[in-house]
Design a protein around this ligand. Structure first.
Ligand code: F6R
Length: 243
């Protein structure tokens, strides 16, 4: 595990964007696993900036996103597809055919999850997976549970996740109750994993995930076992860890 300390959100975003940028430069045809939420927005802004300066080329990059709310179609402004278009895809030269996000409008969960796993396999897996950390320790939408779920699946969101995500909606009742998410096995198969964590509110769960036992009750704890896992976190998030 490599841990890089950042002073603040901007510094964290720039350091993490550097790692992603290096991946794209070293392998222009790479498969990037991407995340939504507040944590990666600064990274996407930095990548867009470098693209505009002609320092990055997304023309052969392929992407697979971690998750999508079930019941929201791509044009819904609360969908993760919409988020990704807004912050990254519409601003760089990525090809539409190379963008992949679970289809939240597919009611047939078994069909959607099977297709998503097959798709990732057909791309020969993920080169670099970007992750945020949920306040309850989730990664993707793999919520705390009594076992790890390996493959892409349909998940019932926990109250804590609905509460955390209601800031993007008018109120908690608008937050979808279910989502499609890559499984823990899908994420762990990525050749590199990069997690970004910011703020004091995540300090306790970050410490738990990375320094205590590996348990499905803290899904991110599995990352301790990944052979190429990098964390970029700010001082506040690292404040309870002795590093
Ligand atoms: C988003 C995702 C989630 C978030 C996590 C942290 O695609 O899968 O696991 O990464 O909930 O969210 P933020 O960054 O908003 O604190």
């Amino acid at each position: 595990m490599k841990i890089y300390r950042a002073h603040d959100y901007k510094d964290m975003s720039r350091k993490a964007a550097n790692i992603i940028s290096a991946q794209i430069i070293m392998k222009p045809t790479c498969v990037l696993g991407l995340a939504t939420g507040s944590s990666p927005i600064g990274i996407y802004e930095q990548l867009v900036d470098w693209y505009r300066k002609d320092d990055l080329d997304f023309s052969r990059v392929k992407t697979v996103n971690l998750d999508e709310y079930r019941g929201l179609s791509a044009d819904n402004d609360q969908s993760y597809r919409y988020f990704m278009d807004k912050y990254l895809f519409s601003k760089v030269n990525i090809k539409n055919k190379n963008i992949h996000i679970p289809d939240g409008s597919n009611e047939d969960a078994e069909d959607e999850c099977r297709k998503y796993e097959e798709l990732i396999d057909s791309m020969n897996g993920i080169d670099l997976q970007l992750l945020g950390l949920g306040p309850n320790g989730h990664i993707g939408f793999n919520e705390p549970a009594d076992c790890f779920t390996r493959r892409t699946h349909l998940v019932d969101l926990t109250e804590s996740t609905i509460e955390a995500n209601k800031r993007f909606f008018e109120d908690a009742s608008q937050v979808p109750r279910q989502a499609y998410t890559m499984g823990i096995g899908t994420i762990m198969k990525a050749r590199k994993i990069l997690m970004v964590v910011e703020g004091e509110k995540k300090a306790e769960i970050l410490k738990k995930a990375l320094t205590e036992e590996v348990t499905p009750w803290v899904p991110a704890s599995i990352l301790q076992l990944h052979p190429d896992f990098t964390l970029v976190a700010d001082d506040a998030a690292l404040s309870l860890m002795n590093i």
